[in-house]
Design a protein around this ligand. Structure first.
Ligand code: ACM
Ligand code: ZN
Length: 768
């Protein structure tokens, strides 16, 4: 009997040890987005997370009790494992949250130690603890069997910037408080710490102000909205919405639990039509005004000559300051046209009284803007808060205490930082996520474009560089009405902002980032966050090799998944060529490629390669293209690939001087036709060629004219798009062929900028 019992105990012990042979358990990976500053793997057994794991918080610390609860929720959502939360941080088998100063300077930093017994998360502040739990949650594997192995490690981490923001425009379209909370969840998931809430605009005033009830009573409603189909038509349906102060408090509390500061923006003195509709006496003409139903920059702005306008702004900001604990208050300041001020008696009287004159490149009316901005800056600062404004606020100079949000370009940020302002970088061309075209760049291009952004430009002096406080992405909602649209535009590009804002720039590495992003995406899936699937498409890269006369093609995709391709125009399947390394193309073909897994097939990527006598041949340009439109340089003109109507994709070279291209056909070759493809976008000063000339030469020095042709300058009515000019001549044998495409020397009288130089965009020169 005793013997049998011993046997049983032994068997049970064996079974126990085989179950705890933890090597096979799915493991956490601490290489997450954003990459922690240091991850040191340690010797020793891993910590095993399972349903008996406890999260301990310091006795009596209510905030960390909530944080522990959040971590338990995160773990449950990510893994299905339900861990418990307990008071006290001693004992083993625990994830302990401990408030204790750690090495490093940032109040948001943390130290995470994982060993067999415990996970200890230490930070000098609750925010640091919060970022430690974000790291833990993002490190968890996608699959598990009720247990997860967390390899022994020490992680030291802190953010690069103190300001890491995401903006949302609720003026153009209103979003529910549930959505706002989810948006804050997304902000927190990406280690960002600011939600910039753009609460007012021409198309709607969205926050309750007790002193001015008509702001929401009238200003939050518009009679109709533009349809989102580019037709310029409206839907004819009333639209509206606003947040009560009660709802705002609830949002602020929700954000605070996630260490997100909500910065309110009241856009002044422009973008204010909705307020003028409610209080027309605040506009220069006195109205009547209606809440805007079209987008763009509206001319009706606050009348600065009317003292009531300043009073109004102060009263509104006073309620805003009482409501929002944020150290920063955003006062807008962007896109304020001077048209009304120029003809308003009140504004003109103020200009006279103040003796403002046109000077230093500024109009007297510009002083109205800086005067107003100065006054409200003083008001906000007297209440102990800091002012942020869009970069226009410093156009005429403003107190260096004002923080500048550089949106019109990084150069605006550079200028402001050099003048001593703190700066938040949010250049429209990179971080305005509302731009659908930038989101829909195929493959990894959309994310790459953001990731490649230099938040601190090299040109800054070290002193000025210290003024760059961080980065922000913005979502303007003219064309966005739903949660799906909004989230699909910001994800996964927000991950790139996360990394730029948090991780050490010395460790930025796009390929490694994409691997980490690939592991983050299941978390989006589990949370049902819509995201752009463009990253799952193929990213193609080409290199025209003019020595070998071939095009080298490389194909990649996120997550190292299998890529198949064909060269005969057929649909790729798993029976097609499997891509393993770059390959070459030297004849016309239609390349198709797709990522094919057992789960799904990606969008099929397609490219037509057109090979003619000039393709992949060495060539040179007499004059370089414009530096902004040089891209991969001269080989672009004979790489066998055409561009689409967007002249900014890298397929088109842009010239302000005639394109003068000499192609070396390498051996005397019979030729009789030259074609040149030109992209026309008249509004952008991108015009057609005005002439074409072809010359030949045997030595590349002495040329003889073969043919030429002139084209008239485009009229206003001529279509935009791609024009192909073909010039034929009697067959000639030649080694060198020179093709000159003439620019439009001056924009014609009908153009917005008559007399200015015009661009000529060419994507391909063909010789047959
Ligand atoms: C802005 O985009 N008008 C700040
Ligand atoms: Zn006025």
């Amino acid at each position: 009997m005793k013997h049998t019992l011993q046997m049983l105990v032994m068997l049970a012990a064996l079974a126990f040890f085989s179950c705890t042979g933890h090597k096979d358990l799915p493991a956490a990976d601490y290489h997450i987005v954003p990459l922690p500053h240091s991850i040191q793997t340690e010797k020793g057994a891993p910590f095993i997370l399972h349903s008996s794991t406890q999260i301990g918080y310091p006795t009596g610390n209510e905030k960390l009790r909530q944080t522990a609860g959040l971590l338990a929720d995160y773990i449950q959502k990510a893994t299905g494992i339900q861990v418990s939360v307990t008071e006290g941080t001693t004992g083993s088998g625990k994830i302990s949250l401990i408030l204790e100063k750690t090495p490093g300077d940032s109040p948001e930093g943390y130290l995470l130690k994982i060993d067999h017994e415990n996970i200890t998360l230490k930070a000098g502040s609750e925010a640091g603890i919060f970022y430690g739990i974000q790291t833990l949650r993002k490190s968890l594997p996608e699959e598990n069997e009720g247990k997860i192995r967390l390899p022994a490690a020490t992680i030291k981490d802190e953010p690069r910037f103190t300001y890491r923001g995401m903006h949302l425009d609720v003026g153009r379209h209103f979003f529910t408080t549930d959505f706002i909370k989810e948006y804050i969840d997304l902000i927190a998931l990406h280690n960002l710490n600011v939600f910039h809430w753009h609460l007012t605009d021409d198309q709607g005033w969205r926050i309750e102000i007790k002193k001015y009830p008509r702001l929401t009573g009238i200003g939050s409603k518009r009679k109709e909205s533009l349809l989102n189909d580019g037709s310029g038509r409206s839907d004819g349906k009333p639209y509206g919405g606003f947040y009560t102060q009660e709802e705002v408090r609830d949002i602020i509390e929700y954000a605070s639990q996630r260490h997100v500061t909500v910065i309110p923006e009241i856009d002044l003195p422009g973008h204010i039509t909705a307020a003028l509709a409610a209080y027309p006496e605040l506009g220069c003409t006195g109205g009547p005004y209606e809440v805007a139903t079209t987008y763009g920059v509206h001319k009706d702005v606050l009348c600065i000559g009317n003292a009531e306008s300043l009073e109004f702004a102060r009263n509104v900001l006073s309620e805003i300051i009482d409501l929002f604990p944020s150290p920063y208050i955003h006062v807008g300041g962007d896109e304020c046209p001077r048209d009304r001020w120029e003809t308003c008696p009140k504004c003109q009287r103020l200009i006279r009284e103040m003796h403002w004159k046109d000077s230093d490149g500024h109009k007297a009316e510009d002083r109205l803007q800086s005067y107003f901005m100065n006054e409200i800056t003083k008001f906000v600062q007297d209440k102990g808060r800091k002012v942020i404004g869009w970069d226009e606020v410093v156009d005429e100079g403003l107190s260096p205490d004002v923080t500048v949000m550089a949106w019109r370009g990084t150069d605006k940020g550079v200028k402001a930082a050099e003048a001593g302002h703190d700066v938040i970088m949010t250049p429209a061309g990179i971080t305005y996520f509302s731009d659908r075209k930038l989101n829909e760049l195929g493959g990894d291009r959309g994310v790459r474009r953001v990731y490649g952004f230099k938040v601190v430009p090299d040109s800054l002096s070290p002193d000025a560089a210290r003024h760059i406080k961080g980065i922000q992405a913005c979502l303007w909602t003219e064309g966005i009405t739903t949660r799906e649209q909004a989230e699909r535009l910001i994800l996964p590009r927000l991950a790139a902002v996360s990394e730029l804002g948090w991780a050490d720039p010395g460790q930025h590495d796009f390929e490694a980032f994409m691997e980490r992003l690939y592991r983050l995406i299941p978390l989006y899936d589990k949370s049902h966050y819509p995201y752009s699937r463009h990253v799952f498409q193929i990213t193609e890269k080409y290199r025209a090799d003019t020595t070998k006369g071939k095009l080298e093609v490389s194909l990649s995709t996120i997550g190292d998944r299998p890529v198949y391709y064909t060269l005969d125009g057929s649909q790729p399947t798993t029976k097609s060529l499997r891509y393993t390394q770059p390959f070459s193309i030297d004849r016309s073909c239609r390349l198709k490629a797709a990522v094919i897994t057992d789960k799904d097939t990606s969008v099929v990527f397609e490219e037509q390669i057109n090979v003619n006598k000039a393709t992949f041949k060495p060539s040179r340009l007499a004059d370089a293209p414009h530096p902004d439109y040089t891209f991969d340089g001269v080989t672009t003109l004979t790489d066998g690939m055409y561009g689409n109507t967007n002249y900014n994709t890298g397929r088109w070279l842009g010239f302000l001087k005639d394109m003068d291209l000499t192609i070396d056909l390498k051996t005397p070759t019979p030729v009789s036709t030259v074609s040149v493809r030109v992209n026309v976008s008249k509004g952008a000063a991108v015009m057609d060629a005005t002439g074409l000339e072809v010359q030949c030469s045997d030595d590349g020095k002495n040329f003889r004219k073969l043919a030429s042709e002139s084209y008239r300058i485009l009229n206003k009515q001529d279509k935009d798009g791609i024009y192909t000019h073909r010039l034929s001549f009697p067959e000639t044998r030649t080694r060198f062929i020179r093709v000159i495409a003439k620019v439009t020397p001056k924009l014609p009288a009908w153009h917005t900028w008559p007399g200015d130089p015009a661009f000529l965009f060419v994507d391909e020169v063909s010789v047959e």
